[in-house]
Design a protein around this ligand. Structure first.
Ligand SMILES: Cc1cc2nc3c(=O)[nH]c(=O)nc-3n(C[C@H](O)[C@H](O)[C@H](O)COP(=O)(O)OP(=O)(O)OC[C@H]3O[C@@H](n4cnc5c(N)ncnc54)[C@H](O)[C@@H]3O)c2cc1C
Length: 512
């Protein structure tokens, strides 16, 4: 073991923990963990390297526009069941948010003129899809109905740590059929189930896109548990946009955290997790300041946690194995646009997906995602203007090794290409531009602190559903991970699940 480790692991009595829990990062995963624990009476400190909370659920303001950094299609704000984890996370610390229901999850603009909307109303969505593929009427219903079976199992039980045996026993006795249902689906992928019922190759490609647009892998590599959740909750709790923008969710959680006695420090970049006899006992910031706690939680990605915050020789075998199974997904090229309102005809939906050629679905800058949150909350833009946030997958490698001039040139060219392609669904876009800002994978890496600017882990090959995704405990005693590189993966409601689970596991470990 390196000398630095021993230096780090000073046995000085002043290193006795001042906190029960330190959370590195105030993404939604970190904040849900922190608020859950603070609500149970734990003394919690959140350390965030940026100026505001939220990470990929943060925001920034320019010339009267308030742009969401990333997420804008928000699940988990329903009012019933148990899967409405954002509503529940806020409630746990006595705060709440007004939300605006979105009547359509996505308006798809796909190859061969496949144009359709996923309506909040399940039957209306099925009707529209069946009208495009009448020969697959039975298969369509059977596939999406099977997704409901997964969802109904999840939505029957309190969602907490699957690493806590007493909780598992309790939910099993309360909901034996739901538990057995989930065990059945845990190792399955959505593509296998879709192919059981559906033959039409174009429809199967559509199901691939239905998965790809949130899992960034086709249906064959998308766990059925996640698919069941997404394909049903959009019709159950629905998609609901927080008034004031997505950044309001982390802001409200911080308000709740502080009310419950927790602390958050901004501009506090953790550079080391401090170890004592192999156990995580504290953290060190870039300015040398150290903080100690009984438990340490990392909301950074697993790559950042195990490759940057810990010495390389401490990389546990389980992490090495995980890295062989999961790889970093691409990042995004993002365009934050302000446009004149008359660009958008009445009836325009908030979220769009555009792809011209099925072969390019997974390609660099292939699929285009669009979000127009001002259709739901006009207060995010100056009067008579809208926000169009559009992004497309892009690898960091495309943006490295460039001179500042070439980097700028490549950004400008990529932005022009995106705008040109978007003219198909928004004719006149170029003329209607009022504001434009381009973000690349380098921007995501810099501002979100995510290795390669990655959106999160994706299976490197076909795996057994969600079985390979790690829970919150790690092989290093006292260290937990939370967020999208833990079970069940990316998305605000998913990382909230991870936060509930992490908070629960730590509370049990601390005897709270
Ligand atoms: C362009 C884009 C669009 C998306 N669209 C959607 C969507 O429509 N719906 C949806 O549900 N999800 C969407 N997502 C995904 C969703 O935003 C993420 O899965 C989720 O926000 C990740 O949360 P997290 O807690 O895991 O981590 P993050 O959001 O990455 O937060 C981690 C936090 O930790 C901080 N941090 C990291 N390292 C350190 C350190 N060393 N010291 C201190 N602080 C540190 C970071 O600054 C950050 O604040 C989108 C993501 C992107 C990028």
């Amino acid at each position: 073991m390196r000398g630095t480790l021993t230096a780090i692991a000073s046995k000085n009595k002043t290193n006795s923990p001042n906190y029960d829990v330190i959370v590195i990062g105030s993404g939604m995963g970190g904040l849900v963990t922190a608020t859950q624990l603070a609500a149970k009476g734990a003394k919690v400190l959140v350390l965030e390297k940026y100026l505001i909370p939220g990470g990929s659920a943060g925001y920034f303001e320019r010339e009267g526009y308030r742009f969401d950094v990333g997420a804008s299609m928000i699940f988990g704000f329903g009012t019933q069941g148990t899967t409405n984890l954002l509503t529940r996370a806020l409630e746990a610390v006595n705060v709440s948010l007004e939300t605006i229901p979105d009547p359509v999850q996505i308006h798809y603009h796909l190859p061969q003129g496949l144009d359709l909307k996923v309506h909040r109303d399940y039957e209306k969505f099925l009707e529209e899809l069946i009208a495009k593929f009448p020969q697959e009427k039975a298969g369509i219903r059977r596939f999406y109905d099977e997704c409901w079976q997964v969802f109904n199992c999840l939505n029957a039980m309190e969602l907490l740590s699957l690493e806590e045996p007493r909780y598992l026993m309790r939910v099993f006795f309360q909901h034996p059929f739901a538990c057995l249902g989930l065990v059945k689906y845990l190792p399955q992928n959505a593509g296998d189930i879709a192919r059981r019922y559906i033959r039409d190759p174009e429809l199967l490609k559509f199901i691939d896109m239905e998965c790809y647009c949130w899992s960034v892998v086709p249906a064959d590599r998308t766990p059925m548990i996640n698919a069941g959740m997404v394909f049903s909750d959009r019709h159950y709790g629905g998609i609901n946009y927080p008034k004031g923008g997505v950044g309001q969710i982390p802001q409200k959680l911080v308000e709740g955290l502080e009310k419950a006695g927790g602390e958050i420090h901004y501009k506090a970049r953790v550079t080391k997790i401090l170890l004592e006899k192999g156990k995580a006992v504290g953290v060190q910031l870039a300015n040398g300041q150290q903080f100690y706690a009984k438990r340490i939680v990392s909301n950074a990605t697993r790559w950042d946690t195990f490759e940057k915050l810990l010495p390389p020789e401490m990389m546990p075998k389980s992490e090495q194995k995980w890295q062989q199974r999961y790889q970093k997904s691409p990042s995004f090229l993002s365009l934050h646009l302000g446009v004149k309102a008359d660009l958008l005809p009445p009836g325009t939906e908030c979220h769009h997906i555009l792809l011209e050629d099925w072969d390019n679905m997974e390609a660099e800058q292939g699929t285009i995602f669009v979000s127009i949150p001002t259709l739901l909350d006009p207060s995010l833009a100056p009067p008579d203007h809208h926000i169009i946030h559009t992004f497309t997958p892009s690898w960091i490698e495309q943006w490295q090794g460039l001179s500042p001039q070439n980097y700028q040139k490549q950004k400008d060219e990529a932005a022009s290409r995106l705008i040109e392609r978007l003219e198909r669904i928004f004719p006149g876009l170029n003329q209607a531009l009022d504001y434009e800002e381009v973000g690349t994978p380098r921007t995501h890496r810099r501002f979100l602190g995510r290795d390669g600017g990655t959106y999160g882990p994706i299976p490197g090959r076909k795996l057994a559903g969600l079985l390979g995704m790690p829970f919150n405990r790690t092989a290093i005693a006292g260290l937990y991970c939370v967020g999208d590189s833990t079970f069940p993966g990316q998305g605000l409601n998913a990382v909230a699940f991870s936060g509930f689970a992490c908070g629960h596991r730590i509370a049990v470990d601390l005897g709270l």
